[in-house]
Design a protein around this ligand. Sequence first.
Ligand code: SF4
Length: 357
Amino acid sequence: MKNTDLIDRLLKNRNLTDEELTGVLLCDDLKFNEYLFEQARKVREEIYGRDVFIRGLIEFTNYCRNNCYYCGIRRENSNVLRYRLSEEEIIACSDMGYELGFRTFVLQGGEDPYFTDERIVSIVKKIKEHHPDTAVTLSIGERERESYQKFYDAGADRYLLRHETADKSHYEMLHPSDMSYEHRMKCLKDLQEIGFQTGCGMMTGSPGQTIDNLICDLRFIQRFKPEMVGMGPFIPHHDTKYADHEPGNVGMTLRLLSVVRLMLPEVLLPATTALGTVDPHGREKGLMAGANVVMPNLSPVSVRKKYQLYDNKICTGDEAAECIRCMSERIERTGYRIKTDRGDHVRYREGCENDGK
Ligand code: SF4
């Protein structure tokens, strides 16, 4: 078994050397892992108690102008049945979610030019008018700073944009040449400067990823200090060139969750659907490794199966009410509980907005 002193030092200093971090990420010793997860849970509970924040995910378009090589809904996949929800349908999803207790809505989609800045602004404003006590998170990819500013001014609170990999050459392996690592990084910087609670993130086990890439991701996360970090295992999609690639490792994903929790104690960390897809108890394990957010799907069941970034995605068949009931039971079995709350990062709690940024 590896020496747990390493974990104690990570807990105390919020940092380790590259070599030590590599040792932690690669160690699958059961006792070592249990100790790591336990420390991450303690830190999470000191800040967020036993609450799990829920976000209502509305996947409103699977059109995308991009062609990320790993993604099932990329532009060149002609086998995808494309859909867009209308503004009315999106608002109806949020109304239904509000009734079910959601106080954050995540509007997620491909980079769909139909959804101009004006259309997004209108949707954000309407959700905020209907439900002023909710937070709106956007996850609609790369735009220019002026667009992000418009969304923020319209009332959007948070923005998720996975950086995917902090290593430029790895980024260029996963994306075609019409996408730019520099632009992705600029978008993240712009979002943070504008004042969004900002989320980055990456897949574990993505094609070509090395342990050094993951260390590079951790160093980026430490520098960037995001409010949220979305990390799930890579899962192949049959219509991509990585169809036969191995999925990401659950243990590695859990260790990364714990390490990020120990490095940035206040961070909001989702136990992702991808984690629940590669392991039937993956989301519960994620919560036990330091995660504190889950994102049940509020999209109409009729479109769920069409939003397949990867194969075998779970939770595509049940109505939202059923999803939330199932999720509550799963969470309660871990000893945690769902919190009906916007679930802001602690720095953005009422009265301390932008404090310390
Ligand atoms: S990962 Fe996102 S940006 Fe890339 S093709 Fe898929 S939906 Fe589009």
